[in-house]
Design a protein around this ligand. Structure first.
Ligand SMILES: C[S@@+](CC[C@H](N)C(=O)[O-])C[C@H]1O[C@@H](n2cnc3c(N)ncnc32)[C@H](O)[C@@H]1O
Length: 260
């Protein structure tokens, strides 16, 4: 019987928790507070499934790349405590204002997730609330420089090289690990990229950064990228480009699951 989620083992056949390593999601969940205004957000089904699978009601979930708050809204629906971090203040304000006032922790911070001092402040905040450490962390970083999220220097999408990006990502992993439960779970959602005629396996590089820190890899999930906004209505152009060249069109991304 898993101790890390609320599965009712007597009725396991009725569970809607996914257990396969291939996730084909054909339609984005647009219910509730999910508005899909943010270019670069993930489908709500990703945090929904991860939260159901790797946390219990009242556990604490962290998202250090909050963006438009998809994880925050799923935590609200699934009655988890939540803390989020985002470098862009406008997003932080928007999400914080949109969250309900309940007895749960639902707090979003504006800051740089690579900074250790900032996580020390979060740790003090959690202690002040008598809150346990993070049981589940969901990390959806920029896919290096594929999509620039802001002009802020410490935004990971503005790192000058792959090396710098991975060093910064590793700092976020270290800070996250520092406030996690000993047996907590950490998920990385990431895709690959092309640069100078080469496929750059960004996903595997990020996976490797987590392994270097001693996190245990539990699963590699492949998810389809159907309905990606950048590629929407341009299928023909992409196919033409692929046929007249030697590469395949990105149609998948990864979700790496680690145990602390
Ligand atoms: C891929 S998006 C996350 C989208 C989110 N999952 C959603 O559904 O909206 C990555 C986010 O990380 C933020 N970000 C980039 N560098 C950061 C940093 N150093 N600290 C905190 N947030 C950062 C970006 O501003 C962007 O909103």
């Amino acid at each position: 019987m898993p101790k890390f989620n609320d599965l009712d083992i007597e009725n396991w056949k009725e569970s809607d928790i996914w257990t396969d390593s291939l996730w084909i999601i054909n339609e984005r969940d647009k219910s509730g507070k999910h508005s899909n205004f943010y270019h670069g957000n993930f489908v709500p089904q990703i945090p929904h499934q991860l939260i159901l699978r790797y946390s219990k009601e009242n556990d604490l979930v962290l998202d250090p790349f909050l963006g438009s708050g998809t994880t925050a809204y799923e935590c609200e629906t699934l009655k988890r405590n939540f803390i989020g971090i985002e470098i862009q203040n406008e997003l932080v304000e928007k999400v914080q204002n949109n969250l309900d006032k309940t007895d749960k922790i639902a707090r979003v911070f504006c800051g740089d997730s690579t900074k250790k001092e900032f996580f020390e402040e979060i740790n003090l905040f959690l202690k002040d609330k008598n809150q346990n450490k993070v049981q589940l962390a969901i990390l959806h970083p920029p896919y290096a420089d594929i999509l620039k999220f802001s002009t802020l220097e410490n935004d990971l999408s503005n790192k000058k090289s792959l090396k710098e990006f991975l060093e910064s990502f590793s700092l976020v992993l270290q800070n996250t690990k520092g406030i996690m439960n000993k047996d907590g779970y950490l998920a990385i959602v990431i895709g690959d990229k092309y640069s100078s005629g080469q496929w750059i396996p960004l996903g595997f590089y990020c996976m490797n950064e987590a392994q270097k820190l001693g996190l245990t890899l539990k699963s590699v999930i492949v998810k389809n990228m159907e309905g990606n906004r950048a590629k929407m209505n341009k299928e023909g152009i992409w196919r033409y480009r692929a046929l007249t060249s030697d590469y395949y069109i990105f149609k998948h991304e990864y979700i790496f699951i680690f145990k602390n």
